[in-house]
Design a protein around this ligand. Structure first.
Ligand code: URP
Ligand code: ZN
Ligand code: ZN
Length: 467
């Protein structure tokens, strides 16, 4: 049975046209005016609404053993939350720790997702240790279609890699043509600053930011850029939060380093005053890199507008208030993370597009098309084009609502954006032509999502070494 989405305004990263989209066998087969559909086809009336390509969240955590606990979502809850919010594909960080076997971890993460996700998904493979066995496993994982790595410069002795391990990971990435995503904070400085603050009796969540100041993120970002330069690898800074780190990343871009920049929803809309609230209210806002001084936000919006920040993800990582309280006497034990997968599209549309901070095409680009291009999913995903997967979001710009934990689908007892007004929401969402959300309600197939296998696309660059 076909599906006709009729009379909407189709908005992509580079075009805006009124028209109809016809879908058969999971893909878009026709785009045009006044298309006719066979009597058996379903018709969605999109008049007065926008039609976007399905949004892609390039950075989420679902299964995540971390800081003595587990992130709260399952693939079932996170994927329904994603779809309600217009995200039709996510890329999850597959994160076995340093003491675990990489390949076993990869199989575990795949098994957790398989048959449980309502939307399509892929993985970034974390490299938490580098040795001969891990190297062989990484080659196998890339052959299996996971064509991006993840390294942490932070979280020493858990997820974190040494500089030597980063070098070898990037050499391998360059050889295999995969891109490496990186959490850029100097692990040693974070650990030392945490100890100094605790020794002074500074134990509350308001000390999380001072323990990992902007300079610590800028140093990590700059070092990552230098290692990319010296290995010829391609890289992607995740969840960039501050102006000094932005300058370090842009400096690398200007030197010709293939370095792409992601920032995430919380850093555009929240600032460190949220984490300075007393007790549990502050703990809810502990994430890394931390929420920053508000003055950084103008730089992030400008860089996003200009395309220097390539993508906007969420770093979705829900811990509930009970879990956050693990760190009530010591901020270093507050599980780091905040949910966002359900709200990214609506909040970036409301506070970016409707406020004039962000052109609508750049919005589509940063939240859909560019993640698809950078991570080997384009034009299957991230496009409204004949031959692309029929992942579409019919967007109701007249909707008015308020973010609230009581109404959310992610498995958490709070929402960091509680009370934020939204202007717009997806009315209908399709994944490969199946209607998963109708009038804002999930009506889909709980386990219908597929793992997306990707090809390496970043051939190694020649590196000139003096000598
Ligand atoms: O605080 C955060 N970001 N939690 C998730 C783990 C990570 O660093 O991405
Ligand atoms: Zn991180
Ligand atoms: Zn993350």
């Amino acid at each position: 049975m076909g599906l006709l989405i009729k009379g909407g305004e189709i908005v992509t990263a580079d075009s805006r046209t009124r028209g109809d989209v016809y879908i058969e066998n999971e893909i878009i087969t026709q785009i045009g005016r006044d298309l006719t559909a066979p009597p058996t086809a379903e018709v969605i009336d999109a008049s007065g609404k926008l039609v976007f390509p399905g949004f892609i969240d390039p950075h989420v955590h679902i299964h995540l053993p971390f800081m003595a606990t587990y992130a709260k979502d399952t693939h079932a809850t996170a994927s329904v939350a994603a779809l309600i919010g217009g995200t039709t594909t996510f890329i999850e960080m597959c994160c076995p720790s340093r003491n675990e076997d990489a390949l076993e971890g990869y199989h575990l993460w795949k098994q957790k997702a398989e048959g449980n996700s309502a939307c399509d998904y892929a993985f970034h493979m974390a490299v938490a240790r580098y040795d001969a066995r891990t190297e062989a496993q990484l080659r196998e994982i890339v052959r299996d279609g996971t064509a991006s790595f993840k390294i942490f410069l932070a979280y020493k002795n858990f997820f974190g890699v040494t500089d030597e391990e980063m070098f070898h990971t990037l050499k391998l990435a360059a050889e295999l043509g995969v891109i490496t995503t990186a959490h850029c904070e100097n692990a040693e400085l974070v650990g030392q600053l945490q100890q100094l603050l605790l020794a002074e009796g500074k134990t509350g969540p308001e000390w999380h930011e001072p323990s990992r100041p902007e300079a610590v993120e800028a140093e990590g970002t700059s070092r990552f850029g230098t290692f990319l330069e010296q290995t010829g690898a391609a890289g992607y800074v995740v969840h960039l939060s501050s102006a000094p780190a932005l300058r370090a990343a842009v400096d690398a871009k200007l030197r010709g380093v293939r370095l792409y920049i992601e920032s995430v929803l919380p850093h555009f809309l929240l600032d460190k005053s949220y984490a300075e609230r007393a007790g549990i209210e502050g703990m809810k806002y502990v994430m890394s890199p931390p929420l920053r001084d508000k003055r950084n936000q103008a730089n992030l919006w400008s860089a996003l507008r200009a395309g220097l920040i390539d993508t906007v993800g969420t770093d979705h990582c829900p811990f509930d208030t009970g879990q956050k309280l693990l760190g009530k006497d010591n901020f270093t034990q507050i599980p780091n993370g905040i949910p966002g997968i359900e709200d990214r599209v609506n909040l970036m549309y409301t506070y970016g597009v409707t406020r004039g901070e962000l052109d609508i095409h750049r919005f589509v680009d940063a939240l859909s098309t560019r993640p698809a291009k950078l991570f080997g999913l384009f034009p299957r995903k991230g496009a409204v084009a004949v031959g692309s997967d029929a992942d579409l979001v019919v967007y109701d710009t007249d909707f008015r609502g308020t973010i609230s934990a009581a109404a959310q689908h992610t498995n958490n007892d709070y929402n960091g954006f509680e009370g934020f007004a939204i202007k717009g929401r997806p009315s209908h969402v399709t994944v490969r032509g199946k209607v998963q959300v109708r009038d804002g309600v999930f009506v889909g197939e709980p386990g219908g999502g597929r793992m997306l296998r990707r090809e390496p696309q970043y051939g190694a660059r020649e590196v000139a070494h003096a000598g």
